[in-house]
Design a protein around this ligand. Structure first.
Ligand code: NAD
Length: 348
């Protein structure tokens, strides 16, 4: 093993079917008595269920979480929390709701417990995002970590198949890039390989199947922890630029981009290639990722997401503007070719 620096994040995880019932123990342990429950408008029913579990310790529900954390949603949530004199939050939902809780933690110092309902893995990372004037800023800060994560696979039983597939592929992308990150380690390698294996095996039948639901959520936990521990490369950079500039759906963008960037990067990182092949039990890692996305019915191309040829030039400029870690140097012509193939869904 070559020189490695690894720093574990202070994460408390409660995992298991029915663990929503243990939420009260967790908030009690943290001394939180006036909790604001956060959700998207579509998950209001879940938020009400969570509030019922918290009983007198729930002071309100704020169901205004939205993808990419627009700054006005943080203003609204901060106002609601102040009016209700909340001393903490419960984020009941996927990456969008967890993203709102992170932004509140950053702005108002409000601690929160995450109750993830998709496989995006955001709850395991110190990465925050905020969108203002059509630009998404992101950063890393331990202040945005949840005080506890309660993973209850039963809560994922209602997740729409398209959300389950895209968020699961989003999580797999965290693990794939962690496997070739400059700050990787044996801990991350172990989590990444197992996370990819669990998710790839479970996603075709989760969320309907009980055992698959638990495996997929375990995979999401591990893959999220990989993102939390390492620096991401070309894949995450491209998704960030595409999502921010063209307002694309986050997880579906990851689903399209993942196999193309894997095919570009993996020849330069044979160890990562081997780990992904083992995890997927396939002879070719990039083909395996592509086939998985197809099997899950994920979108095939950026054109499926509404991207037009004329929009790609500005994406190339933005992606080249700031340097970032990637195992292979990226030249303009590589990026132009990759984006063109992704847009057309032209797999090798
Ligand atoms: P999401 O949270 O946006 O949810 C998508 C839709 O599915 C929403 O309408 C939501 O209400 C619904 N939904 C979610 N779970 C459900 C359930 N169990 N039952 C019924 N409906 C459900 O989707 P996501 O993919 O989890 O999150 C995407 C967001 O997460 C993006 O904004 C992305 O930037 C962020 N993200 C952040 C990180 C990080 O580390 N900061 C990591 C991954 C994703």
């Amino acid at each position: 093993m070559s020189a490695v620096t690894y720093e574990a994040l202070p994460m408390r995880v409660v995992f298991g079917p029915g663990s929503l019932g243990r939420l009260g123990e967790e908030t009690e342990r943290l001394g939180l008595r006036r909790l604001l429950v956060l959700s998207t408008p579509g998950q209001r029913v879940l938020a009400e269920r969570v509030a019922a579990v918290l009983g007198d310790h729930a002071v309100g529900i704020h169901d205004r979480a939205r993808m990419h954390v627009p700054v006005h949603t943080v203003d609204g949530a901060a106002k609601a929390a102040a009016e209700l004199v909340a001393d903490g939050c419960v984020a009941a939902g996927g990456g969008s709701t967890v993203g709102l809780a992170k932004a509140l933690a950053l702005r108002a110092g409000l601690p929160y417990v995450a109750l993830p309902t998709t496989y995006a893995g955001s709850e395991m990372t110190p990465v925050w995002g905020l969108t203002e004037n059509a630009r998404k800023r992101t950063g890393r800060d331990r202040a945005v970590l949840p005080r506890a994560v309660v993973y209850d696979p039963d809560l994922t039983s209602t997740v729409p198949a398209s959300v389950a597939a895209a968020s699961g592929l989003n999580a797999i992308a965290h693990a794939v890039e962690a496997l070739y990150a400059p700050d990787g380690s044996p801990v991350v390698e172990a989590m990444a390989e197992r996370g990819i294996r669990e998710l790839a095996a479970a996603l075709p039948t989760a969320p309907a199947n009980e055992l698959a639901r638990a495996s997929a959520l375990e995979g999401a936990w591990l893959c999220g922890a990989c993102l939390g521990a390492t620096t991401m490369g070309l894949h995450h950079k491209l998704c960030h630029v595409l999502g921010g500039m063209l307002d694309l759906p986050h997880a579906k963008t990851h689903a399209v981009v993942l196999p193309y960037v894997a095919a570009f990067n993996l020849p330069a990182m044979p160890q990562a290639d081997v780990a992904i092949r083992r995890a997927l039990d396939v002879p070719d890692a990039a083909d395996g990722l592509h086939d998985l996305a197809i099997r899950l019915g994920a979108p095939h191309s950026l054109a499926d997401l509404g991207v037009e040829r004329s929009q790609l030039d500005m994406v190339v400029e933005e992606a080249l503007a700031a340097p970032y870690a990637n195992p292979r140097p990226i030249h303009r012509e590589d990026l132009v070719r990759l984006l063109d193939e992704m847009r057309r869904g032209c797999w090798r």
